[in-house]
Design a protein around this ligand. Structure first.
Ligand SMILES: [Cu+2]
Length: 106
């Protein structure tokens, strides 16, 4: 098994401690700020309300594309407290650059 130091998001099994629903649509990420607990088992369900988007979170090893009607589920455990930038990773149109948010790990 290949282990990439620090940047690979650890997987987990069983029920999550925290579930978060993320909606991506032209041109925003809702909610714009997500607060999660450090070392908690977190499950993100990401949906698109319109075109194809991608949820990328730098520093948490997340980059998932999502289409309308096809939610993506991401499971993560964030071991490091801090603020991580969420952005859209798929050029979705005119307001693409406005699709930003943050994940705060406490
Ligand atoms: Cu986009």
């Amino acid at each position: 098994m290949l282990v990439l130091a620090g940047c690979r998001r650890p997987a987990f099994t069983g029920p999550p401690d925290q579930r978060v629903h993320v909606l991506m649509k032209n041109w925003e990420i809702v909610p714009e700020t997500i607060v999660i607990a450090r070392n908690a088992k977190v499950e993100l369900t990401i949906e698109s309300d319109d075109v194809q988007h991608g949820l990328a979170v730098d520093g948490l090893d997340i980059d998932e594309s999502v289409r309308r009607g096809k939610p993506a589920v991401v499971r993560l455990i964030a071991g490091q407290a801090g603020t991580y930038v969420m952005r859209c990773s798929i050029l979705c149109g005119r307001g693409h650059d406005q699709m930003k948010g943050k994940i705060v790990v406490r």
